[in-house]
Design a protein around this ligand. Structure first.
Ligand code: FE2
Ligand code: FE2
Length: 470
């Protein structure tokens, strides 16, 4: 790879062709990445032409170029959003100081950890989704899955760029380990719980992209505030791609809801499973699962790490600049959930220590919007979906392992376990039914019977365009 034209092979705006050290690091990492992609990326269609967008620059027109490409030949690039002239630290102890172009020695370990944890989620989701290509409900959906997958691959590249460029030898070792941990691996799993859960079917995929990719949006948005400018600019560009992943989730669930409503009206029943649809009760249980697992990704309600990250300027809040406070939070307090005498209540804590909870609150608000849109589709049949209480089915923080109902009531553990299994989380019958619907549809323009078609195709192409072709 020594004589390659870097700008062509690895589209970038980081002057890769001028940076020998970075070239050498990437030269040894890149073949391992491709080997990983072939081994743990999509289980099929690796030799097909897929109609994908590729980022080739950060300009308005350049970040989304569409064309047919074989996935192993996808040009994973390295892009940072354009710099903001005279950008200043927007929060914490360094408020108002110029942002950093290199990693300060005293924050090196923490920054590396933040980059590694974010980076670890990116290939994890590709691994989780690798079997879905066998059962896509349409070519349109198959293409969207692959778009999400290649972009998660690019997000990995984005984090590896930071590790290689700014963290020296230990950064290179961390970059290697990002390809060595694997989702669900007994001995060497991914770092965060939700990224070790399987994504067994397309209903799970749509809820995953709605709820779990949205966690990504909020993590990236708070890292975008970072005083470490290369991290900030990297995350800003990643957020553009992330928006499409959440679109896939929001419209995917919406199309399933739409089809369910049609079947309910056509057959005048709530039970549309015999007619090849997904019941609202089943949708609610999938929603409960994916929402609760995603809430855990934000960590415990109070966290010294989160306080330190903020004070040091490493990780800010969502839309930090739009917050009407002093951006330092010294002396400020806020309420966080608490359990006292068997009651779900709140307690007042320093706002600095509660930043995980603040980000989780913002996330929940964002999640609500999509649920409201789905409920508008459900209104004609008098049904609705709801976000469960934040204490339901949690593994992290004050609610971890607590028998809290989706309505937020504490019940006895036996009752909780029984009702969770039978009513609140996907049942074996739900899983079996959804699995029975996972029949691939590969004729251009055709859709599986459990999901409505999307309102438009991709990038102005018609719905019956051959989005994936041999
Ligand atoms: Fe991502
Ligand atoms: Fe994503």
């Amino acid at each position: 790879m020594s004589s390659v034209d870097y700008a062509t092979r690895i589209p970038n705006n980081v002057d890769l062709d001028q940076d020998r050290r970075l070239q050498r690091a990437l030269e040894s990492w890149q073949p391992r990445f491709v080997a990983w992609w072939k081994e743990l990326g999509p289980v099929a269609f690796q030799d097909h032409d897929v109609y994908l967008r590729t980022a080739i620059s950060v300009a308005q027109e350049g970040w989304a170029n569409f064309g047919y490409v074989r996935m192993p030949e996808y040009r994973w690039g390295i892009f940072l959003a354009d710099p903001t002239p005279d950008r200043r630290v927007g929060f914490g102890d360094h408020l108002g100081e110029p942002v950093w172009q290199e990693v300060p020695g005293e924050h090196r370990a923490e920054l590396r950890r933040l980059v590694v944890v974010q980076g670890d989620t990116e290939p994890a989701s590709v691994e989780q989704q690798r079997h879905l290509c066998l059962t896509a409900p349409s070519l349109y959906d198959l293409r969207n899955l692959f778009q999400v997958n290649v972009e998660e691959g690019r997000h990995l590249w984005a984090m590896v760029y930071l590790l290689h460029r700014y963290f020296g030898r230990d950064g290179r070792e961390e970059a290697d380990e990002l390809l060595e941990r694997h989702s669900g691996d007994q001995d060497n799993p991914r770092i965060l719980g939700a990224f070790n859960e399987p994504t067994p079917d397309w209903l799970s995929f749509f809820f995953f992209t709605y709820f779990t990719d949205r966690d990504g949006k909020f993590q990236l948005a708070s890292l975008k505030e970072s005083a470490f400018d290369p991290l900030s600019r990297t995350c800003e560009f990643m957020l553009k791609e992330e928006a499409h992943h959440m679109f896939v989730g929001a419209t995917g669930v919406g199309r399933v809801v739409q089809r369910t409503v049609e079947l309910m009206q056509e057959h005048d029943t709530d039970d549309v499973a015999p007619f090849g649809g997904v019941n609202v009760a089943t949708l609610q249980r999938y929603l409960n699962l994916h929402f609760s697992v995603s809430l855990d990704l934000f960590g415990a309600e109070t966290s010294t790490n989160a306080a330190n990250y903020f004070a040091a300027g490493l990780k800010g809040r969502f839309h930090e600049d739009q917050r009407p406070d002093d951006h330092r939070l010294q002396g400020a307090t806020r309420a966080v959930p608490a359990l006292v005498d068997g009651q779900v209540t709140t307690r007042e804590v320093p706002a600095l220590s509660a930043l995980n909870e603040t980000l989780r609150d913002d996330y929940v608000e964002d999640c609500r919007k999509g649920v409201e849109r789905w409920n508008r589709l459900l209104a004609p049949v008098g049904a609705e979906l709801r976000l469960p209480h934040v204490g339901f089915h949690r593994q992290v923080g004050v609610f971890a392992g607590q028998p809290i109902t989706p309505e937020g009531q504490l019940v006895d553990p036996g009752t909780w376990a029984r009702r969770a299994q039978e009513e609140w989380l996907p049942t074996e019958a739900d899983r079996a039914h959804v699995a029975s619907l996972m029949v691939p549809v590969r004729e251009p323009g055709k859709m599986a019977g459990w999901i409505a078609p999307p309102s438009t195709g991709v990038h102005g192409k018609p719905l019956d365009f051959e989005y994936v072709r041999p």
